[in-house]
Ligand binder design. Structure first.
Ligand code: AHR
Length: 505
């Protein structure tokens, strides 16, 4: 077994973790809303029609911020249709997913639901088929106290206090051919600049996210980022990144190497932001909102068939990826990659949260259950709050078909000074070899092991089901501590969470 050394020193801080990095996403898509978070006829539904079994799992994940209502859906979203008395709301065609949107769940319901799951809203405005005026009206409805057309409309709808939504996305994936109202870079640069300017006049306390490329392989990446930021730099606070990965060639080693692509994506976007900063002689720094990330490929064929051949259904089972063990490893790797960039990645949304490419699934007449990817996200959200530390490590490497030589071990350490805890997250993505990780913890005097959690499986394709969990974390006993050092075996293909805490003497 190879030995890998890692030095963890509390003096070498990368940055504090912004808790919004543990955000997620609910879109009006498939069974995310209807039959997911909202199902009035379910035995677990509360007085608002929200599924309490789902809320419990969402609360367990401690998701601080949830993006809404899209995604592609937002580019033809008419928010006025989703508010006010239910009897006046009319169904509409959702052109993004070619479904029927009943509008029985809307902005007000989502606000109430987020309150119940202890999260805040991250709202998106429609810059596809609508524009500046509608974005302003929506913001006035949500954040203005009273005495104007839209704030009084909200009050008439029974909501006296403003929702006070602090985080707003200026459209969604506006470079994509699939997007309603797709824009060129100059068109998007101009409309986002003017919308941002107007929105900040209404409420200067809000923060705005400019749309970046839909993913790293878009033909206009990274020119899109450079051009659009040149227009809107002074008015926006973040630029978005979206990325989904899959294992279409059934090449697991190469599949797990894709977190290195995410790493490069983040680095490039940071460079572009700083290029525009320099060009503008600006003192302002744009940070990153990685507001869609996950594995997504298992359900693509079914999704295309429903959209093409069976349109205008209400809440069909779209994008219902059933995740396996290797997907959980990649989600863990992606989460580590986001944490490592805590200095610039301030927001990230696991896309999505319930039923649609999600960690939480529901049975229409049964319960809610946890997919494999639930666990790395849960661990990171629970134990990844604090300060990210720089942790040099001499990992061995292995060869992959598409990514060449990649590191076996990918890890990050987070120190929480309030709780006096230190957590090391590590994935061994070598599928053949275990490694012995030796951690130098001498700067954490008085810290002892709390526990080590491990996600391992002999079967990379093992899935969880409503009837049982084949992939779930186990407490491992294989950590040895010795005078400021600790060592543990990181098994081949494993997700590891090693937690230390200050001992009360
Ligand atoms: O999350 C699913 C879809 O992926 C979103 O609607 C869109 O923004 C992205 O292409």
């Amino acid at each position: 077994m190879k030995e890998v050394k890692m030095t963890i020193d509390r003096g070498f801080v990368t940055a504090p973790v912004d808790e919004r990095i543990f955000g997620s996403f609910i879109e009006h898509l498939g069974r995310a809303v209807y039959g997911g978070i909202y199902q009035p006829d379910h035995v677990c539904a509360d007085e608002d029609g929200f599924r309490t079994d789902v809320m419990e799992l969402v609360r367990e994940l401690q998701v601080p911020v949830i993006r809404y209502p899209g995604g592609n859906f937002v580019s033809n979203f008419f928010w006025e249709d989703s508010v006010g008395p239910l009897e006046n709301r009319k169904p509409r065609l959702d052109l993004a997913w070619r479904c029927l949107e009943p509008n029985t769940f809307g902005l007000g319901e989502f606000a109430r639901w987020t309150e119940k799951v202890d999260a805040r809203m991250m709202m998106a405005v429609n810059l596809g088929t609508r524009g500046i005026a509608d974005a302003c009206n929506l913001l006035e409805y949500c954040n203005h106290p009273s005495g104007t057309k839209y704030s009084d409309l909200r009050r008439k709808h029974g909501v006296e206090k403003p929702y006070d939504i602090k985080l707003w996305c200026l459209g969604n994936e506006m470079d994509g051919e699939w997007q309603l109202g797709k824009k060129t870079m100059d068109e998007y640069g101009r409309i986002s600049q003017e919308t941002a300017k107007a929105m900040k006049l209404i409420d200067p306390s809000i923060e705005l996210v400019s749309c970046g490329s839909s993913h790293k392989d878009m033909p206009t990446f990274p020119q899109w980022e450079a051009t659009t930021l040149e227009y809107n730099y002074d008015y926006v606070d973040y630029i978005s990144l979206h990325q989904y990965y899959g294992n279409l060639n059934d090449d697991s080693a190469d599949f797990l190497a894709q977190s290195d692509d995410m790493e490069e994506f983040i680095r490039t976007v940071i460079s572009v932001c700083d290029f525009v900063k320099a060009k503008k002689r600006s003192r302002k720094q744009i940070c990153l909102s990685f507001d869609e990330w996950n594995v997504w490929y298992h359900s693509k064929k079914e999704e295309e068939d429903i959209i093409q051949n069976h349109p205008w259904q209400t809440a069909p089972a779209l994008l219902e990826d059933h995740y396996n063990f290797e997907d959980a490893l990649l989600v863990g790797l992606m989460m580590i990659t986001l944490l490592k960039h805590a200095d610039r990645v301030k927001i990230a949304c696991l896309a999505q949260l319930v039923n649609v490419i999600a960690p939480i699934m529901t049975d229409a007449s049964g319960g809610a259950w946890r997919q494999t990817i639930y666990y790395p996200f849960l661990h990171a959200s629970r134990y990844g709050r604090g300060m990210v530390l720089q942790t040099p490590m001499d990992s061995p490497s292995h060869e992959t078909s598409g990514h060449g030589l990649v590191k076996d071990l990918v890890s990050v350490a987070v120190y929480n000074p309030e709780k006096e805890e230190l957590t090391v997250f590590a994935v061994n993505r070598n599928l053949e070899e275990d490694h012995l990780l030796k951690m130098d913890l001498r700067s954490f005097e008085g810290y002892r092991l709390i526990e080590k959690l491990e996600l391992v499986s002999d079967d990379l394709k093992a899935e969880n089901t409503p009837f049982g969990e084949n992939v779930r974390p186990l407490v491992s006993r294989n950590v040895k501590e010795d005078n400021g050092y600790a060592q543990t075996v990181l098994k081949k293909a494993s997700w590891n969470v090693i937690r230390f805490g200050r001992q009360n003497l």
